[in-house]
Structures are given as structure tokens and as C-alpha cells.
Design a protein. Sequence first.
Length: 330
Amino acid sequence: MALGEFDLIRRYFTRPDRPYTGAIQLGVGDDCALLQAAPGTQLAISSDMLVEGRHFFPDVDPQTLGHKALAVNLSDLAACGARPLAFTLALSLPGADEAWLGAFARGLFALADAHDCQLIGGDTTRGPLNICITIFGEVPVVQGRSQALLRSGARAGDELWVSGTLGDARLALEALQGRRQLAPAALQLARARLEQPTPRVALGLALRGVASAALDLSDGLLGDLGHILRASACGARIETSLLAPLLAAQDVALNMEDRLALVLAGGDDYELLFAAPAAQHQAVLAAARLAATPVTRIGHIEAEPGLRLVDAQGRPVSGSGPYASFDHFA
Ligand code: ADP
Ligand code: MG
């Protein structure tokens, strides 16, 4: 690269004005960073890779890309109820485009600073554009028990909830691919959901001790719910009438089937899907208020494996239209 690898790291990914504190004993600059988990906590660790052409368009705004690369990782911590501490950044770059790097770093660090999550190391190499972040968070361990929210804790009778809005990222994707027409204002809103998702970190923290199971929605509600149901060895019932309003783009001309398909199978939403005992209903609402994050109850967990979609009268909705392929995954 014209700009040498070490100059690039120093200029864009080192921040002498931000001393490492707390859990971080050593950051960028040596062979390893050093993290010290606080007494009574454990580390939560997750990696997510973004590949050009597969996860983002080649011409995407680099500032939003910097945001999203970290947001999808913060979202994994949120799903576990972990508090963000630090992250590493492995970057493969086709060249040292300084305008691109500056904007990417701005988007990345704006979100990192908002969550007090520091960059502690990484790797930089020439190659096709590829961004891999590994993130480290902490979760309390109380009386030998981890407080992490896992996929495996859902139980029959639990209510099933989602945060925020669903399907708008997919709507934007379809518009950007020319498969759907959207008015400029609607496209702008949907596009913000696709390119700058909001990781629900505060909600994840507030749900510790309240939710029985959680994950973040990256591949679409139906598929991701399957992960909870398999891990928890149970089934679920979802009321489709509670789903349609979850699409933020309410004034876009879409028929009900399209709307439901976007919400059920959209993907890239980075909202939390979680189960909580019915007795925790008020506690869930209190957690949502504390985190200033809207939540919607969409159904409940059942002992019988598989997923049942029902209408407002409890009649099964299945076998046709957008759900044909997602009938159940027992
Ligand atoms: P090594 O060869 O020992 O793996 P490198 O020469 O790759 O180390 O990196 C030098 C230092 O710069 C290390 O502390 C590494 O963590 C850090 N680093 C490299 N690339 C990045 C990056 N993209 N962002 C942040 N830190 C980085
Ligand atoms: Mg080394």
C-alpha cells in the first residue's frame, strides 16, 4: 500500500487521546492486547465478518460501513446481555484510500465511543475488501451462575418478544437491487435500517434476570426463532396480526402478504428476539422503558416442537403465500 501498513494503523486506528482504562491493560501496538476481566464477571466474545458483495454493496458509504461492522458485533453482545468492553479489527483492503479510511474510521469510532468500547488491536492486509471484528464484553457471574442470556433457556408458557421494527432492512435491500420501487423518503428510512442498524445493548443489559432466552435477529425472524426453539427443545405460536405493524415503513404500498414476508424472513434487522416467563411481563416492559427501546409481544413458547402461525382468532395460517416454506421446523 502507498501508505505503509504501520502508518495506516497509526493514522486511522490508533487514538493516543483515548487512554485504555478499566478491563483493558494494553491496546494497539504490541503483539497482543491484554484484557483483565473484573472479579465476578466472565468474558463474552463474538466475531462477525463483512465481505464486499456479500454483506454490503461495493459503493456503500464507508462511514455507514464502519458503523455497521461494529453494530453487528455489538448486537451479539446485546443478545447475551453482555456489556461491551473492547474489540479487534481485522481488515483486508484493496488499497490505502485515505478518504475511504477516514470515513470508515469515523463511523466505526462514533459507535464505539457511544458504547464505550475501545479498539485494542487487529490486523491489516492487502486483499479484497473484508472487515472482521471480534468483540469482547463482560457478563456477571452470580453465585457461580453466568447471567448471560442464552438461546437455550426458553420454556413452555414463556412469552415471545421482539424489539424495535423488523423487515425494513430487507425492504431497502430489495429497492437497492431494483426489485421494488420506493419513494425517496421511504427509501431513505429503510436504508438507514439496512446500513445503520441500532444494536440493542441497553435492552440486552436490562433483560438480564428477566428474559429466559435471547438472540439477535440477523437472518430473519423465522429462521432465527428456529435457533431458540432447537436450543430450548420447544415450539412456538406466533400471532401474525401482531407482526404486520412491526414494519416501520407503514405508509409504503405493500399488500399484507408482502408485509408479513418482510417481517418474518427479512434479515439484517439486528433487533433482539427473546422469551420471558409470563410472570415477567411487567418486568419486560420496565426493561424496555429503561432502555428506551420499544418491544412487542408476538406470541408464546409451547412444549410441542415446531412453529405455529395463527391469525387473531387463533386459526392456523399456513401452507400458502409467503409462509409456504416456513411452515415449521420441528
Ligand atoms: P503482528 O505482526 O505481531 O501480528 P501487526 O504488525 O499485524 O502485529 O500489528 C501491529 C499492531 O497493530 C498490533 O498491536 C495489532 O493489534 C495492531 N493492528 C494491526 N492492524 C490493526 C487494525 N486494523 N486496527 C487496530 N489495530 C491494528
Ligand atoms: Mg506479533
